[in-house]
Design a protein around this ligand. Structure first.
Ligand code: SAM
Length: 143
């Protein structure tokens, strides 16, 4: 199996976690997603999608908290009940509006990560796709 690796880097105006939005907004600033070779050619046909799902690695996060209190209100909650960046594998996901693609650079609105955050993947927004057929009972059984 090939090892996992980052395919690009996200450029945003934010260099402080405290100043970074907790969730991106469609009216947020234009941010830039830089794609590394050999994946630039994989941008072909992406421009037809108005919305993209971006997956990124929240690289400065702690990864050791099973319960946490992100609001610092004294109420600890289970990590998997939260969208906190503090998680065992700190993957962030966001639906963004595509502004333009030029060369190896996407311009988008709606990001909520620090400048320099590593990029894992880009996909068309899943709500733009219909299932081929409605799921049937037993479809998701594995054994
Ligand atoms: N939209 C994503 C999600 O729901 O999966 C991420 C949401 S997370 C609450 C966004 C917060 O993570 C930001 O407000 C900032 O505090 C923090 N953050 C952003 N980029 C980060 C990075 N590269 N490393 C660690 N923390 C980061």
């Amino acid at each position: 199996m090939p090892r996992s690796y980052f395919i690009g880097r996200i450029r945003t105006p934010w260099d402080s976690r405290l100043l970074t939005p907790r969730q991106g907004r469609a009216d947020g600033p234009v941010c830039h997603i830089e794609i590394f070779e050999p994946w630039v050619a994989a941008l072909e046909d992406v421009a037809q999608f108005a919305r993209l799902e971006v997956l990124y690695w929240l690289h400065l996060s702690r990864r050791d908290l099973v319960r946490q209190s992100p609001a610092n209100d004294g109420a600890a909650r289970g990590t998997f009940s939260l969208r906190s960046p503090v998680r065992p594998n700190p993957i962030g996901t966001q639906i963004v509006e595509l502004v333009s693609i030029e060369g190896n650079m996407h311009s988008v609105r709606g990001m909520d990560c620090l400048d320099g955050t590593p990029l894992i993947d880009i996909k068309p927004d899943r709500t733009l796709f219909s299932p081929i057929a409605p799921p049937q009972p037993g479809d998701f059984q594995t054994s």
